[in-house]
Design a protein around this ligand. Sequence first.
Ligand code: MG
Length: 381
Amino acid sequence: MSSGLAPYAVTPENSRGRVHSEPPPKHRSEFQRDRDRVIHSGAFRRLEYKTQVFVNHEGDLYRTRLTHSLEVAQIARTVARAMGLNEDLTEAISLAHDLGHTPFGHAGQDALNHCMRDFGGFEHNLQSLRVVDELEHRYAAFPGLNLTFETREGILKHCSLANARKLAELGQRFIDRQQPSLEAQLANLADEIAYNNHDVDDGLRSGLIELSELAQVPLFADQLAIVRRNHVGIDARMQTHEVVRGMIGALVNDLISTSQARVTQLEPHSIDDIRSHRSPLIGFSEPLAEAQRALKQFLREQLYRHPKVKRMTERAEEIVTTLFARFSADFDRMPAEHAERARAAHDEHGEAGSARAVADYIAGMTDRFALQAIEALGEGS
Ligand code: MG
């Protein structure tokens, strides 16, 4: 085929298109256009000041959601190109996948989910979709960014059945138990590779985890042995760089060879064959999947539940919960635009409507903006 893409890759020709139809771009593909719209969005710029594990003001060396998203895109593009898949689409999905994240990483999302428990909950995948479908206001002709079906499908990694039923075409695959495109599947796994490895790197740099502890984790230990053999006498920092690079390489190579073997065996002829397959085709071999699970478990126990991280987590939950309560009790504590939105949503959908508007406002905050907001309420401590 002329595009050089595999017959089961997503292409502009087999795309289900955009909700609001637009003339095709002149010098870009439809998915390059999606990627560019994501990069020019306000939510994308705010990723610079949002964190995953470490709160942003703790140091400039740690990953932010922005650098995380760039790392995901870099890994995903490598896999896409190696497998003849649509690199532009997988890049657009990767760069957009965390747009809906709250301030303060998972702690912020858990707290907001708890605040929203009577109003449909809060889920970051769904919020990323809300950002690109509704919350960005940059185009006169339509709300949101009007991205293609395939980019939106990739952003919505998980979804409850209740939410799927409200999402029409986009929710249908969760009801039918179908798969998304291979490009979406691989963006999802590139996300895992990226965060596991940068959390190892950031964890070591912060001193919250030790090299000797990590040396008990097989994936790390294997690469450490190789590095020690090949580079005698390098310092600990360089050793970490080499080991992390080695782990990413091992995971990416395994992902490509395992996924390619599965695809070759299935012989899909079109994107429909991918969607209707009973399980995802992109994945790791069993030994590497197991090694990755062990690494995840290590990070959960030693890093994410570290007393220092827990203290930050608790403070983050407190901030988000307080902001939600204060804004819900008095919309005018929010900027006029958001207060208006909350009032209009309350008129239309009652408390559930205004709660969603308040959640949208809080979710859009960066870590430091949320800290300023809580101080402005006189709740800083
Ligand atoms: Mg992510």
